[in-house]
Write a protein that binds this ligand. Structure first.
Ligand SMILES: Cc1ncc(C[n+]2csc(CCOP(=O)(O)OP(=O)(O)O)c2C)c(N)n1
Length: 335
């Protein structure tokens, strides 16, 4: 049987598996930060459904210019959890030797490019990436994700303007989780988000990103539009940030939780209930998936924690091929 005339049961089950795994990993990294094992984290709880939906529609040649809350999408596209853990632990196997903030990943071999911290600064890069693809006559489109707060930055508007003028094949996705840190969406922008592209000639769509089928339906339309029209679209997935903005934030100071993790409103619980009602998931299989996620992450975390931190020497050797006398002097003092 095909759902939305496209996806079979196994694809939906795989998406559920990734969503559960991602939430389990996200919660574990939050705890690891509280234990002092990890320095910082921007949790992605509540963002899983649109991200698995995007993952289901991406093709091999597509590239993603994502932001710091896209953990599920990285897992969906096959970034090994070991590499993610190395990154969180900032150990010697981390590709940046722990010098990027956690959640500021770089996995080029999986079609992900370096995450930028300044809000929405990566959106003009997405236009550049699409432009480069066209110049090199490469297949595929660009997916560029950011939060609702990102739509109130100058970079968002510059990116949309150039994407439209140059007809760039980009799906701009706004993961509207209701807040930019403590600021509710309604207090940082007045225009409906999906309409913000209209002034640039970019169509927009908006849907309930907490529901797997409305997310899949919405993204199907968006990806189809960009692939066939070879021009940009703006997508708003309406979701809710279940956790704090980051491990440095305490949302109790400014809001009451509207969606509680594990409640019947939690989008992963809604996904689970939907799969059960369709006869795709049983209680037994669900328990198996949830246990597998916990056990697998715990085992891998234990393994990766044995990896030593980067050698001190790399502070200099990663930056200078031939250290100057100043670095030589510093090396003698520090190392
Ligand atoms: C240019 C800039 N201003 C302020 C910040 C501090 N800051 C980090 S994330 C953030 C909120 C972003 O909100 P949103 O785009 O809605 O994404 P969310 O974090 O909610 O997923 C802010 C203000 C920053 N990183 N960059």
């Amino acid at each position: 049987m095909k759902f939305l005339n496209r996806f079979d049961e196994n694809e939906l089950l795989n998406a559920y598996r990734v969503a559960v795994y991602s939430r389990t990993l996200d919660n574990r990294i939050m705890n690891a930060q509280r234990q002092g094992i990890v320095g910082f984290h921007t949790p992605s709880a509540g963002h899983e459904i649109p991200q698995v939906a995007m993952g289901m529609l991406l093709e091999k040649d597509d590239i993603v210019i994502n932001y710091y809350r896209d953990l599920t999408l990285l897992l969906f596209r096959g970034v090994p959890v070991e590499s993610l853990l190395d990154h969180f632990l900032a150990n010697s196997k981390d590709s940046s030797h722990g010098r990027n903030m956690p959640d500021h990943y770089n996995y080029r071999e999986y079609g992900f490019y370096s995450v930028q911290s300044p809000v929405a600064m990566h959106l003009p890069f997405a236009v550049g990436a699409a432009y480069a693809k066209i110049m090199k006559k490469e297949e595929g489109i660009v997916l560029a994700n950011t939060g609702d707060g990102g739509t109130s930055t100058g970079d968002f508007h510059a990116a949309l303007n150039f994407a439209s003028v140059w007809k760039m094949p980009i799906v701009f996705v706004i993961e509207n989780n209701g807040y930019a840190i403590s600021l509710p969406t309604s207090e940082q922008t007045k225009a409906p988000i999906e309409k913000k592209g209209e002034a640039y000639g970019i169509p927009g769509i908006s849907f309930d990103g907490n529901d797997i089928f409305s997310a899949l339906e919405g993204f199907m339309k968006a990806f189809e539009y960009v692939r066939t029209q070879k021009s940009p679209i703006l997508v708003e997935a309406r979701i809710y940030r279940i956790g704090p903005h980051s491990t440095s934030d305490d949302p109790k100071k400014y809001r009451k939780d509207e969606i509680v993790q594990g409640s019947s409103d939690d989008p992963i619980v809604r996904f689970r209930d939907k799969l059960k009602s369709l006869g795709i998931l049983t209680d037994e299989l669900d328990n198996e998936i949830r246990k597998w996620a916990v056990d697998d992450i715990e085992k891998k975390l234990e393994d990766r924690m044995k990896i030593p931190p980067p050698p001190k020497e790399t502070i200099i050797s990663d930056v200078y091929e031939n250290p100057t006398w100043i670095q030589e002097e510093e090396r003698r003092e520090w190392l």
